[in-house]
Design a protein around this ligand. Structure first.
Ligand code: GLY
Ligand code: MN
Ligand code: MN
Length: 438
């Protein structure tokens, strides 16, 4: 597999360099400098926060745990990597640079972060993209918007190297999803299931691409449920898990929902699954992503009608925005180096903002899909107390089948989330392929 990545990496780096050259040209800059980032510490404490690398840095090469490093790119020249290997006996310093990417960089080893300036230009027109705290004397990140926008724009279309990493991340995550389902069937607690996920994925808490959502029963109705309860619930009704994995800095973001034994909840999961597959099928080059989101509301309305939750027509439900009570988030987002990847609203390479459709404040992408964009498709249908109460208080409250809804609350809700690549030949569903062992 690393042979495959090694073969694909040079073309990826070429396209990153082309994007950087274009971004510098648009902004009128000579050099691009990108710090990986520094460790930051908790208030009045000597304990650092977990390190999260600058995504602009890991766009160039698969280093995700390396603080105090810099990339320097001048169009036409081999990119420079300033690589910090502190002489440290408290921590394990990074090992010497190795891997398929090293020959593509002019590597300068330093042991003191401040020495980076000796290897970087400090004159000329510099675009420095990083957090303010990564500054060194003469090198203060200025984050020119036009340069960032151009780089973000380029990141939307994934290279073959990036797609290969995302397929690997999907496999890593789906293996762990299987282990999590098994732990649920064994009647584990949320914490037991979370640990089973970590063990099977080989991740720890800190290198997951995002905090796992491991929700038993009614917890599934909290969209970003943030705890992992150590107590085993009295009964296992339902399990919603939203958990990812990362390979070389690229993320998978996958959700599955399971019924322990209840047929009615099982039918609801099957209905959402069927709708989700139809939505995934729309992920094609040229498709409108907000269009897919609006279609999701139509599917949710159909399910609410078919399963007898709401006694209204699909059209009436859409008109009165009833579906937003049951599906109160967006259908998904771009995915890549960041779980909620960049440029979801961008109008062109120089910036701009494509507004969300009215009444859809949580949609995270409004663009038309391009070739090799990767997005998530994550419809949901939940029984959320606070939203249901608000709906009950309106004139439409009487159209809801409250007995049925009350009965379903203990299951929380359903979300099914896949990672899908758009091409002009149709979608590639990275998640379903990974579950199927493709
Ligand atoms: N895991 C967060 C999301 O699905 O967007
Ligand atoms: Mn997602
Ligand atoms: Mn997710």
């Amino acid at each position: 597999m690393s042979q495959q990545l090694a073969a694909l990496y040079p073309a990826h780096l070429q396209s990153v360099m082309a994007a950087a050259t274009r971004a510098l040209e648009l902004g009128g800059y000579d050099h691009l400098l990108i710090p990986s980032g520094i460790l930051t510490y908790r208030f009045l404490d000597d304990r650092p926060y977990p390190f999260a690398v600058n995504a602009q840095f890991k766009y160039w090469l698969p280093l995700t745990q390396h603080t105090d490093c810099w990339i320097h790119f001048t169009p036409g020249a081999k990119p420079v990597l300033v690589y910090c290997q502190p002489d440290d006996y408290w921590h394990i310093p990074p090992s010497p640079p190795s891997g398929f990417w090293v020959n593509h960089f002019d590597i300068r080893l330093i042991s003191d972060p401040a020495d980076a300036v000796k290897h970087l230009p400090t004159s000329g027109r510099l675009a420095i993209i990083g957090e303010a705290n990564a500054a060194l004397p003469g090198l203060t990140p200025n984050n020119p918007e036009v340069v960032i926008n151009a780089l973000h724009w380029a990141r939307s279309a994934k290279t073959d190297y990036e797609l290969a990493n995302m397929r690997l991340a999907s496999k890593r995550a789906t293996n762990a999803h299987r282990a999590a389902e098994h732990a649920f069937r064994q009647r584990g607690s949320e914490l037991d299931i979370h640990r089973a996920y970590l063990a099977a994925s080989g991740h720890n808490e800190f290198d997951l691409p995002y905090t796992n959502i491991v929700a038993l029963n009614e917890h599934g109705a909290t969209l970003h449920y943030q705890y992992q309860d150590a107590r085993v619930p009295t009964e296992h009704h339902a399990f919603l898990i939203d958990a990812g994995a990362e390979v070389n800095g690229y993320a998978a973001d996958i959700t599955r929902t399971y019924s322990f034994a209840d047929a009615e909840f099982g039918e609801l999961i099957a209905a959402v699954d069927q709708a989700q597959l139809a939505l995934c099928d729309q992920v094609r080059t040229g498709a409108s992503y907000p269009g897919i989101h609006l279609d999701t509301h139509r599917h949710v309305a159909q399910i609410l009608a078919d399963h007898g939750y709401v006694n209204m027509s699909v059209e009436a439900m859409l008109e009165q925005r009833i579906t937003s009570t049951f599906f109160p988030h967006g259908v998904g987002h771009p995915l890549g180096l960041q779980v909620h990847d960049v440029a979801g609203f961008q109008e062109s390479e120089t910036g701009g903002f494509i507004a969300r459709p009215d009444g859809h404040p949580y949609l995270r992408m409004t663009r038309t899909l391009g070739e090799n964009f990767v997005v998530t498709i994550e419809p949901g249908l939940y029984f959320i107390d606070t939203l249901l109460k608000k709906l009950a208080a309106t004139e439409h409250g009487k159209a809801l089948n409250w007995d049925k809804i009350e009965r379903m609350k203990k299951f929380g809700g359903v979300r099914i989330e896949d990672n899908v690549r758009a091409t002009s030949n149709g979608p590639e569903n990275l998640t379903r392929d990974a579950f199927a062992g493709v």
